[in-house]
Design a protein around this ligand. Sequence first.
Ligand code: GAR
Length: 203
Amino acid sequence: MLRARIAVLVSGGGTNLQALINAEKSGNLKDGEIVLVVSNVAGAYALERARMAEIETLTLVRKELGGRAAFEAKLQEELVSHGVDLIILAGFMSILSADFTAKWPKRIINVHPALIPSFCGKGFYGLHVHEAALAYGVKVTGATVHFVNEIPDGGQIIAQKAVNVEDGDTPEILQKRVMQEAEWVILPEAAQKVSKAIVEGKA
Ligand code: GAR
């Protein structure tokens, strides 16, 4: 295999997808190739980012398909037909079932906007994570990239980066700093590391 074929799953603005696209363009994701972007939200801006980068897109809405089992069956079919080797969850706001994750051991990675095991698991997503960190009063937070298994945010950690909390931070300000200083840095790095291991047959 020359390069790992990557599918990126998104739900929103897609700034992490953009970081991956930029990494691929600049040669920092040399062992991976983004071949498909799947959104579970119609009209997500991430889809526009994919189109601008000339990457194939697909929208799969759970409700329209008749529930989680049907959604995951269709997703699985598309991933297989596109020859996908690695799935990257980049702001994907839906939990995948144990049945699904069992089909892709060490082949799904996720970026989470906190230092796992803090502020993670069910209910901790997006801005809520930063609200919780500020409410607790932590002085350091950050981001984590980890493999995805049947436990939400519970798979093996691949990379982490710490970010300081500053006086006067709002959840929005903190979210932006965590993205800029941590997520957009460690997600492409982890994507490259895992892609390389797949290409070399070491993962
Ligand atoms: C990011 O901060 C990502 O870490 C987080 O949602 C945001 C998506 O932004 N993901 C989760 O909370 C998943 N549990 P983006 O769409 O601009 O990449």
